[in-house]
Unconditional design. Sequence first.
Length: 208
Amino acid sequence: MTLYPVFLKLEGRRVLVVGGGVVAEQKIEGVLRSATDVTVIAPTLTPRIRDWKQCGLVKHLPRTFGSGMAHGYFLVIAATDSPEVNHTVYTEARSAGALCNAVDDTPYCDFYAPALVSRGEFQIAISTGGNSPALAQRVRKKLELEYGPEFESWNGWLGRMRAALRSLLPSGEHRKELLHLLALARPGQPVRQNEKGGKHGQYATRRA
């Protein structure tokens, strides 16, 4: 089955993570890049999750998961060390109308968390449809070398240039060509015509 790739907007959405161990910690770190309302249900927490709790980044319910606890959440992640508990979380989440992912248990997932290259708002997601997380991680490491941290500020600059060009030029091929010309460059290198040539001989330099 071919998956439909999306990036979810989690700001203002309620997110539930069931589990307080190392795996749950990894999943919480991922959702905190976007989510602003995260609740963790677990009897105990890792030191790092406790730090997030003390900083107000997550809420904590110190108990085991029970019936009805998935109600009202948009996204639910089951990340305990018990497959039975994770399956229960998935069933409850589906009944409540929430999207759910039971970690490393593909039949109990509405979505898979991809391997991710994250440079701020510039993100590259890699998925093998759950077939080989190892391959996804291999590709991620290769892409991290090609797209370094400088792409975070570079992407922001491209966004500002896009907004400026949209305000200065009417919609059409001229504006589209300039936007693509900018995107062809790399951080710290001149922006110039592509090898096939173009209508614009202007150059600019942007350092990340």
